[in-house]
Design a binder for this molecule. Sequence first.
Ligand code: FES
Ligand code: FES
Length: 191
Amino acid sequence: MTPALSQSCHQLFSAQFLSAPHAKAMITLTVNGKTHRVDVDPQTPLLYVLRDELALNGAKFGCGVGQCGSCAVTVDGAAVNSCVIPVGILQGRRVVTVEGLGTNEKPGVLQQAFIDEQAAQCGYCIAGMIMRAQTLLDQNPSPSDTEIRTHMGPNLCRCGTHMRIFRAIRRASEALKRNAAPQHETGRERT
Ligand code: FES
Ligand code: FES
């Protein structure tokens, strides 16, 4: 998390516990490439705005205190826990949720890999897992096993499907490498 966002999380906790609710304000947000205007208290956690105002229900409320990752989305390409990000600091920033990576008909590379590996048991953690994994593959399409484990460390899965999640990320990495390679080198159809 960037220092600015981390500081904002601290401010959010202070605001929640030390002060009365703030007045609503009109906030302009860019989520999955679309611009939205929402009329909310600027201290409202991004997660609540995504789910309650924008009907984007992929990110889940788990702990509510930034400790489990089930609410993870990306802001300007970095994974953040949306339960502790006040929406008021997001003017002009680029938010992406799991819905922004693909559709039921055309899943993104990571989404397809999670399906292929049957990585979900209850599925509650999966949107956050995919978003955190996406930030890894965006920076490093060929991560080592250690890099995958270290990067995914902050996200928890209560069902214990960590090895399937790990295999899904590895599978997505392989697919990205195949797609990036010239076809005559792989001899395979691009996916
Ligand atoms: S619900 Fe946000 S980190 Fe757990
Ligand atoms: S699949 Fe159930 S919490 Fe991860």
